[in-house]
Design a protein around this ligand. Structure first.
Ligand SMILES: O=C(O)CCC(=O)C(=O)O
Length: 330
């Protein structure tokens, strides 16, 4: 794995696909462990409310895997290279990771703190928080992968940038900036593999026109960054329960492993663990049954994206179609 040569394209495009990081045996093991953890979390109700059929345990990846994935030497090499740090220089992990099993939710969005205001501090200097996705099955020929907008990490809207369905195969790692516009569960069109379309069209597409997913999707996600003002803005947003009550990341922090041994392992790989809130790990390994079968999360501040260009036309036409054919509205 030599990704130094890809640094330029990562900074230009806002995402990078790294091939063959994990072997087929490792993929099979990760999948089995993730599924067992997810199924147990679902039994206990320690999952977030499924909005589109997904199972998302309310814990970071330390809960099922300890330090194995997050502080794996290959993952840390990717993180250090893309964040421009030498192997022995600190990058930070702050309890932002997790897994998703199954599901079909989609929609273009960004993950950074302020997504739609170009004058916000998030947009004034190069962004230093990155997210890694490991999809444990094929999405080169099948639906279910992630789609991104090329170059969208430089623009505070979700309508800019060529749409790319990232052709991940089992064992690959895809990385994007938290400012990059992306959407999960991309649909690959039968006979038209080169056509990568808006998630909102995917939502309305007859399923018979799309290639199926190869099996139940198992995806692992993890965020790393530098200890700077971008991290502070992001962490402050999620640590402040007054302005962002019931947010998913705070709940993940409660269920994540606070063991100092993890910090030692991370340090040996040049990664420093930050516990952003005093009650980090308070519910780690809890076997308490959650009433109602899931952990509720509250909505964040809605993003504001004034439509522009072709988007105005598409939205206008969509409104008319839905008025004339109300059954198309869902
Ligand atoms: O489900 C996916 O593929 C994308 C997940 C996502 O949107 C995220 O991790 O921010």
């Amino acid at each position: 794995m030599n990704i130094k040569d890809d640094l330029l394209s990562f900074h230009r495009d806002g995402f990078l696909l790294i091939k063959n990081v994990f072997s087929a045996t490792e993929v099979a093991q990760l999948r089995a462990r993730a599924e067992a953890f997810g199924d147990r979390a679902r039994e206990l109700g320690q999952i977030f409310e499924p909005r589109a059929g997904e199972v998302v345990p309310a814990a970071d990846l330390t809960a099922p895997f300890g330090g194995e994935i997050l502080f794996d030497a290959r993952i840390q090499e990717i993180v250090h290279t893309l964040l421009g740090r030498k192997a022995d220089e600190d990058v930070v992990y702050f309890g932002d990771s997790g897994m998703m099993l199954g599901g079909h939710g989609r929609g273009f969005h960004k993950d950074n703190a302020c997504r739609d205001d170009a004058s916000h501090t998030d947009w004034l200097t190069p962004y230093t928080l990155i997210r890694l996705g490991i999809y444990l099955e094929d999405h080169k020929a099948h639906s279910g992968g992630v789609k991104v907008r090329r170059g969208s990490h430089l623009v505070a809207d979700v309508s800019t940038g060529e749409i790319v369905d990232v052709p991940t195969e089992a064992g690959d790692v895809v990385v994007w900036s938290l400012r990059t516009t992306h959407s999960g569960h991309a649909l690959r069109l039968k006979g038209l593999p080169f056509l990568h379309i808006q998630p909102r069209f995917e939502q309305r597409l007859p399923r018979s026109l799309a290639v199926d997913e190869p099996c139940r999707r198992v995806a692992l996600f993890m965020t790393f960054g530098l200890d700077d003002h971008h991290l502070k803005t992001y962490v402050d947003k999620h640590a402040d329960l007054e302005s962002y009550p019931d947010n998913y990341l705070y709940k993940i922090w409660l269920h994540s492993d606070p063991d100092p041994k993890l910090a030692e392992l991370a340090k040996s790989r040049g990664c420093r663990i930050i516990h952003p809130v005093p009650d980090y790990g308070k519910l780690f390994a809890s076997t308490e049954q959650v009433a109602g079968g899931f952990i509720a999360t509250g909505p964040g501040t809605p993003d504001r994206y004034p439509a522009k260009g072709a988007e105005v036309l598409i939205q206008g036409m969509g409104k008319i179609v839905r008025r004339v054919f109300p059954s198309a509205a869902h």
